[in-house]
Design a binder for this molecule. Structure first.
Ligand code: ADE
Length: 249
């Protein structure tokens, strides 16, 4: 029996998912509200991670310790770093790294002390399911031409690869360029994924994550953030989660 955690940093992103869970039981633990119920025939626990690595790690730990989740999925937004990660695209993470982890010279830059590595891989099977679901939804072309136009978007693409996390909203071209130079494999930047990946690694629980690119992590990165969440990202995540859960049977 699986019990899937669905985690996001922003309330607006989960609104469409929570609207489908009218009969969910609500629990408050550590100031977070957990909704336990059914979504498309599967037992799920839905919660906001809050923002930043520590907040996300706490949320993930409560999901594992108090709610006994067997799998964890994160859905959220990210700033695009690689040129191919354009606004409106979806990045499915294959691994996470903390771009602000640096215990050098004691440990190599980015390595998480005592783990012996810097990159935390997501679960291959769950990630493949998520990628398939994302591809199938994006191919269907969920958004109408006027929404695409309003956000300067083209037909959305799915990408897979490294996502980096840190306790900073990256909103300048200089910082974005310096991240790209230091970590040329990184597709996107956000503020929680690497923390959740590390907690799931510690507990041996499969983890997968998708991020819709909301901005290019540059000087224009704050523009229309909320509008983008409600009109684009929340629709993607609700449709992709539905597709993934239906495909699970
Ligand atoms: N989430 C969405 N956009 C982001 C950015 N530019 N930096 C960090 N996290 C983000």
């Amino acid at each position: 029996m699986t019990r899937l955690a669905i985690v996001s940093a922003m309330r607006e992103e989960l609104a469409a998912v929570l609207a489908l869970m009218a009969d969910a039981q609500q629990y408050t633990v550590a100031g977070r509200e957990f909704a336990v119920g059914e979504l498309h025939g599967h037992e799920v626990v839905v919660v906001l991670s809050r923002i930043g690595k520590v907040a996300a790690a706490t949320t993930a730990t409560v999901l594992l310790e108090r709610f006994g989740v067997s799998h964890m999925l994160f859905t959220g937004l990210a700033g695009g770093l690689a040129t191919q990660a354009r606004v409106g695209d979806v990045v499915v993470a294959t691994e996470f790294l903390q771009h602000d982890m640096d215990a050098s010279p004691l440990f190599p830059t980015y390595e998480v002390p005592l783990y012996g590595f810097s990159n935390f891989k997501t679960d291959a099977a769950l990630t493949a399911e998520l990628e398939l679901a994302a591809q199938s939804v994006l191919q269907r072309g969920l958004l109408d031409a006027s929404t695409l136009h309003a956000f300067g978007m083209q037909q959305a693409q799915t990408h897979r690869g490294l996502v980096v996390s840190g306790d900073r909203f990256v909103a300048s071209s200089a910082e974005s360029r310096s991240l790209q130079n230091a970590l040329p494999q990184a597709l996107a930047v956000e503020m929680e994924g690497a923390a959740v990946a590390q907690v799931c690694h510690d507990y041996g629980v499969p983890f997968a994550a998708m991020r819709t690119i909301s901005d290019r992590a540059d000087d224009a990165a704050h523009a229309d953030f909320l509008k983008f969440v409600t009109q684009v990202a929340s629709r993607y995540s609700a449709a992709i989660l539905a597709q993934l859960l239906r495909a699970r049977g």
